[in-house]
Design a binder for this molecule. Structure first.
Ligand SMILES: *Cc1c(COP(=O)(O)O)cnc(C)c1O
Length: 432
């Protein structure tokens, strides 16, 4: 069995002449798994099709947004219906009000919300607002959490930055780095130490309430509530970066699932239904600091874009009105996870699987994975081989050990069975 990737290889060769590394976002280049990236042409439901005409079952789903599967009828119709209106006004529209009201109704912590164009913009803006609101400069983040490519976050950052081996990206100034403190994930005592060492200087603590960017890592019992209590006591703005988990783990995200309410929330990915959208929101008194209501500047020419809002509204409304989607996603993901465990048992393997809702990761380590240090005990060479064994069997996984998989509602029981058959063969091939 060997899929032909000739057109992808030719395109990648061309791309490298005109685009840095041949890609518009580093993880796409397959550097962490070796080999060459596939150039995709179309997608429908659970499937991707590449330029060579190969078909794959998609376990990335554009890193989350395609939670309903590709080319979902409702979302496509919403975009088609919006097209004759205009591609952009740069002026207020009814759709933005409806979108804000919908987000507020779905996400527990959000009383007011501002739309932006990416997750990166959302997190950059949220910490600016937290700093403006508190009058403090420093923030705390966690090793292995990824919050987009803003300077303040590229300090021992996760995701692409891990696998590229540039935890401190050149170009990020020492001045900026000085204001970002980092703690190991799930380590409340380390956070307490940082707060004690920087009394009344911490504007915000930002984290992924469930981490997707070092592979899937769940918050330990009491971790989120512990942070909530510390932030309340020290007047620190608690920011949940729910760019991945928002509208995925529940309609109200991880904050609904764990019953812990942050002061601010950043959103992205699913919120645009596949279009470039982000948002940040939170308590009224904090969001009222944002211009023109307040003094903290933040703006965007294309923010609230009518087509992007239409796609996002369609996706969010669907999720809001169909809670059974979450039950189904849980069922299919449980099946994938339990089946993978059975496969490993059958082969005498003992790797670690972490799962929360419709996100999961298979780590090639026998250690429990609870933070970045334990994630890094994984055998990355073995992961790379596994990735390619799965790809050859028509399964498209995230091309890095330090990424989570995202299950879509288009994956049926039958497809889960074929996934598990491929998984068994791939694991067998690794042992050979
Ligand atoms: C993807 C991601 C971001 C960045 O979003 P972009 O739209 O890629 O800029 C921020 N935070 C988290 C948790 C993410 O997963």
């Amino acid at each position: 069995m060997s899929l032909i990737h000739k057109t992808s290889q030719d395109l990648f060769h061309r791309a490298q002449q005109s685009i840095p590394g041949g890609v518009n976002s580093p993880v796409r280049a397959f550097r962490a798994v070796g080999g060459q990236p596939l150039f995709l042409k179309s997608a429908k439901g659970p499937y991707l099709f590449d330029e060579d005409g190969n078909q794959y079952l998609d376990l990335i789903n554009s890193w989350g947004p395609m939670i309903l599967g590709h080319a979902h009828e409702m979302v496509e119709k919403a975009v088609r219906d919006a097209l004759p209106g205009s591609l952009s006004f740069g002026a207020p529209t009814r759709r933005e009000v409806e979108m804000a009201e919908l987000i507020i109704s779905m996400v527990p912590s959000v009383e007011k919300v501002r739309m932006v164009n990416s997750g990166t913009e959302a997190t950059m803006s949220a910490i600016r607002v937290a700093r403006g609101f508190t009058g403090r400069d420093k923030i705390i983040k966690f090793e292995g959490c990824y919050h987009g490519h803003g300077d303040s976050f590229l300090i021992a950052a996760g995701s692409g930055a891990i696998t590229l081996g540039v935890p401190d990206s050149p170009g990020v100034t020492k001045g900026v780095a000085n204001d970002t403190l980092t703690a190991p994930y799930n380590d409340l005592a380390a956070v307490q130490t940082l707060i004690d060492a920087n009394p009344a200087q911490i504007a915000a603590i930002i984290l992924e309430p469930v981490v997707g960017n070092m592979g899937l890592v769940a918050p330990a019992e009491g971790f989120l509530q512990g942070l909530r209590d510390l932030c309340t006591k020290e007047n620190i703005v608690l920011i949940f970066d729910e760019v991945m988990t928002g509208f995925r783990l529940a309609k109200g995200g991880a904050q609904e699932l764990y019953g812990v309410t942050p002061d601010m929330t950043t959103l992205g990915k699913i919120i645009g239904g596949g279009m470039p959208v982000g948002a940040y929101g939170g308590k009224k008194e904090i969001m009222n600091a944002v211009a023109p209501a307040g003094p903290v500047y933040q703006a965007g020419t294309l923010s609230g874009n009518p087509i992007a809002m239409s796609a996002g509204m369609a996706a969010l409304s669907y999720l809001n009105e169909h809670p059974e989607v979450y039950t189904q996603l849980q069922h299919i993901t449980d099946k994938l996870v339990n089946g993978t465990m059975l496969n490993m048992k059958q082969l005498g393997l003992n790797y670690t699987i972490n799962q929360v809702g419709s996100m999961y990761s298979l780590f090639f380590t026998e250690h429990p994975v609870t933070d970045f240090a334990s994630a890094k005990t994984s055998d990355l060479e073995l992961f790379g081989r596994y990735f390619h064994e799965m790809l050859q069997r028509g399964i498209y996984l995230a091309p890095s050990q330090f990424e989570t998989l995202f299950v879509s509602a288009a994956i049926t029981d039958e497809l889960a069975d074929s996934y598990l058959a491929a998984n068994l063969e791939a694991l067998q091939a690794l042992k050979a």
